[in-house]
Design a protein around this ligand. Structure first.
Ligand code: UD1
Ligand code: CA
Length: 462
């Protein structure tokens, strides 16, 4: 498809009552504007342009590199936003899809359908409309007796006899780009809000005898505009249901889909099980047969086939096939757990590799470490990786046994097959096959406990 997409994302979104620009608010972990950009790309648009203005720095930082940004310094309305994009669109001829950054549920199919309809009908514009029970806030579609669209009237500009109209403008259009820019200067601010309404272009086209067509979608949920936090939550609910249904039909078990949140970029294998209160966000992949939850959050991570993540948080990490995480583990960025490895109860791991079959089962902090395969890390072991200024590495070679409560004072290396004594503070390297032990010798005082008990009894008799 040779179309260009123009996404209007410069508005403040006053009704959000927020310091964050409206289109930067997220749904299932994705900023609304990114959802719209991705829908346009998936529909096959060859170029995406975003109009930013309010909070432009924030919004721009969310846009993919291949999205052209153009600035609307002052937000004088949706028509004005398109005027500001004129130079970015330049002499492009063909279908210009205009989308709103606050209509996050729009699908690629609908965008592609709109373009196809305009191109086959040769219309100057094809509007996307829908019928809703409660049209308040939306622009209404005025149709003539022949059923053609005469105009769009904004909610605030409705006359008394137009209030009953339930067909609304979804804010999604496909224009003939050159026809649009040739007539854009005809928009005025002569309305209740004193803005340049893009919607007025429909009346202009009609007065010029240009063809205006409309595509009406039966799925009003797809075109809902988000203007408030109530609508943001509603949109999130709709997207959650849409995504979960897709995955369940593809072979994923969700014991309670209402309590599972999966972002739109997440890829799930067959026979994955997602337990309640599980959040999978960002660029996350889960392999076949893995089980996640309950109470787990996995962001921008890979979970291998057959792995288990129970009541844990996994961020920018890789969990190997058949590995075990949790209950209550925290895998921070840069953690790589090998095949059948374990990060067990109350274990925190950061920027570390844990080799195949290695286990960190209980109460440990592992940071900036490289752990080989077949290693057992005893309960309570901590890598002391930070001296207050610098971070240092710990290397534990294959088949090492780290005794419980070992403090590994980095930089330090434990050679292949070595053992550390429980409760040792290991600050020097331990050679392969050796025992590294650092603790004072134990004394046993014979009869001491018995003597104390008798002394306490005598005290009590007085
Ligand atoms: C708009 C439509 C309305 C439609 C509704 C669908 C107009 C005049 N009205 O109303 O017919 O039913 O969307 O959701 O177009 N924006 C800018 N620059 C501006 C103003 C807005 O970039 O100067 C952007 C906003 O960031 C937003 C989009 O345009 O993403 C729509 O603006 P908004 O103010 O939400 O318009 P609505 O009142 O919802
Ligand atoms: Ca809106």
């Amino acid at each position: 498809m040779g179309a260009v997409a123009l996404i209007l994302a410069a508005g403040e979104g006053t009704r959000m009552k927020s310091a964050t620009p409206k289109v930067a608010h997220t749904i299932l972990g994705e900023p609304m504007v990114s959802l719209v950009v991705n829908a346009a790309k998936a529909a096959g648009c060859e170029r995406v342009i975003a109009v930013t203005g309010h909070g432009a720095d924030v919004v721009r930082s969310l846009l993919a590199e291949d999205v052209t940004n153009c600035v609307q310094e002052e937000q004088l309305g949706t028509g004005h936003a398109v005027m500001c994009a004129r130079d970015c669109v330049a002499d492009f001829e063909g279908s210009l899809v205009v989308l709103s950054g606050d209509t996050p549920l729009i699908t690629p199919d609908t965008i592609a359908g709109l373009v196809a309809m305009r191109e086959s009908s040769g219309a100057a514009v094809t509007l996307l409309t829908t019928h809703v029970k409660d049209p308040s806030g939306y622009g209404r579609i005025l149709r003539g007796r022949d059923g053609r669209v005469d105009a769009i009237v904004e909610h605030k500009d409705l006359s008394a006899d137009q209030q009953h109209i339930t067909e609304i403008n979804t804010g999604t259009y496909c224009f003939d780009a050159s026809v649009l820019f040739a007539h854009l200067d005809r928009l005025t601010t002569d309305n209740v809000q004193g803005e340049y309404y893009l919607t007025d272009i429909v009346g202009v086209f009609n007065s010029e005898g240009l063809l205006v067509s409309a595509m009406t979608t039966g799925d009003a949920s797809e075109t809902m505009g988000v203007n408030s936090r109530v609508q943001l939550a509603e949109a999130a609910r709709i997207m959650q249901r849409r995504i979960n249904q897709f995955h369940m039909l593809e072979g994923v078990t969700m014991t309670d889909p209402g309590l599972v949140w999966v972002g739109p970029r997440v890829v799930l294998g067959r026979d994955v099980t997602l337990e309640p209160m599980t959040f999978l966000m960002g660029e996350t992949q889960v392999g076949e047969g893995a089980r996640i939850g309950p109470n787990s959050r996995v962001t921008d991570s890979t979970v291998g086939p057959g792995a288990v993540v129970d009541s844990s948080v996994v961020v920018q990490s890789k969990v190997g096939a058949k590995a075990n995480v949790g209950p209550v583990a925290y895998l921070r960025p840069g953690t790589v757990l090998g095949e059948a490895a374990k990060a067990g109860t109350s274990v925190e791991i950061k920027n570390s590799v844990v080799g195949d079959g290695s286990k960190v089962p209980h109460l440990s902090y592992i940071g900036d470490a490289e752990i080989g395969s077949g290693v057992n890390v005893g309960a309570g072991t901590i890598t002391c990786n930070y001296d207050g200024v610098h971070k240092h590495r710990t290397v534990i070679e294959d088949d090492v046994f780290i005794g419980s409560d070992t403090m590994l004072i980095a930089p330090v290396r434990i050679g292949r097959g070595a053992v550390t004594g429980a409760s040792s503070a290991i600050s020097d390297d331990v050679p392969a096959g050796a025992l590294g032990i650092e603790r004072s010798e134990q004394r046993n005082l014979d009869g001491w406990a018995e003597r104390r008990r008798r002394a306490q009894e005598t005290d009590g008799d007085e």
